[in-house]
Write a protein that binds this ligand. Structure first.
Ligand code: PBG
Length: 331
């Protein structure tokens, strides 16, 4: 009988679990995950967030239990978003944020690594990420950087290991680095939201942090966050942040921007973080809730895609499940 051969076969590498496991090109580990945490001053206990099942906004008490639970699940790195009770246009009070960091540090010591999101959007009455000019049509870059630098110093003093500026002003990385170094906080790292796009996918987050932009003259963040149509701006912004002293460069959102992760990987030796943001998480959860995909397998597929693109660090609202899911992942 005549046989037909296909010498260029690839299927032998896919034929069984052992082979797929052996030849996997990327590996996932819960050790590279960061869990975001929301902590709100005005609430006595946890509050649910629309679109984010399993991700509550915590009170300053409940966050300790939440962290305990994550530690029991192998997650020790956190990105903390403090949400203050009152909103203003300037002269912000950072005492609640300070107390959140010092309490978590006091409770858990060095068992946890704490990154602090650094932004003014949950502090401002207009929901923008900085100080607006008097006509409320644009952000005043230098005033915003000054306030943020001061805020960063207070967070470092309160025990943050890492400052993560998400405001997108020019020059903030350099200013924060200079101030931290001058004040003796040279060990505190900076994870820059370097390639942060102006995105629809921050919806549930803004609900969680009460931070939707609502100024009369400025209804969105397009004048400071990166356009989805501009790849060059994203890469250049990230390289600029690296030069100013960022230790980790973040791309955000994640799954729609894997081209940016892969592109940036070729331009830098700094570790890259991918933030699978609230809207991306919510989209996946909503498909899962309708029975249209398997939640666990879908998160694992997203994480695999981010690792493949070149992400060294993954920020995910499902980080708490990463260890369990990865350990029993089917190859
Ligand atoms: C603050 C900030 C935002 C996110 C992280 N930091 C929202 C925004 O820029 O409006 C989004 C995170 C998410 O959607 O999960 N500037």
């Amino acid at each position: 009988m005549e046989k037909i051969f296909y010498p260029l076969t690839r299927r032998r590498l896919r034929a069984g679990t052992h082979m797929r496991e052996l030849t996997a090109d990327v590996r996932l580990s819960h050790k590279s995950f960061i869990q975001p945490l929301f902590v709100e001053e005005a609430i006595p206990t946890t509050r649910a967030v629309k679109g984010l099942p399993g991700v509550p906004v915590d009170s300053s008490q409940s966050v300790l239990r939440n962290i305990e639970n994550k530690l029991n699940n192998g997650i020790s790195k956190f990105l903390v978003f403090p949400v203050p009770a009152s909103k203003k246009e300037k002269d912000f009070d950072f005492s609640f944020a300070r107390s959140v960091f010092s309490e978590i540090r006091e409770h858990f010591g060095d068992d946890v690594w704490l990154a602090a999101d650094l932004c003014l959007c949950s502090y401002t009455s207009h929901g923008h990420c900085g100080i607006l000019d008097k006509h409320q049509v644009k952000l005043v870059n230098h005033l915003t950087v000054e306030v943020l630098s001061n805020y960063a110093l207070q967070l470092a003093q309160a025990g943050a290991d890492c400052i993560a500026p998400s405001d997108m002003m020019d020059g903030r990385i350099g200013a924060i680095r200079t101030l931290l170094d001058a004040m003796g906080y040279d060990d505190v790292s900076i994870m820059s939201y370097a390639a942060k796009f102006s995105s629809q996918f921050y919806g549930p987050f803004r609900d969680a942090c009460h931070s939707s932009p609502n100024a009369k003259g400025l209804g969105n963040r397009k004048s400071y966050q990166i356009s989805p149509l501009n790849r060059k701006d994203a890469i250049a912004s990230a390289i600029r942040d690296e030069k100013e002293g960022a230790d980790i460069l973040m791309v955000k959102p994640a799954t729609l921007y894997t081209d940016i992760i892969a592109g940036l990987k070729r331009e830098t030796f700094k570790p890259l973080a991918a933030y699978h943001v609230s809207g991306e998480y919510a989209a996946l959860e909503s498909l899962a809730a309708q029975g249209l995909l398997n939640r666990e397998a879908a998160h694992l597929e997203v994480w695999s895609a981010l690792a493949r693109a070149g992400a060294d660090i993954i920020i995910s609202y499902a980080a708490g499940q990463a260890k369990v899911w990865i350990d029993k992942m089917e190859y």
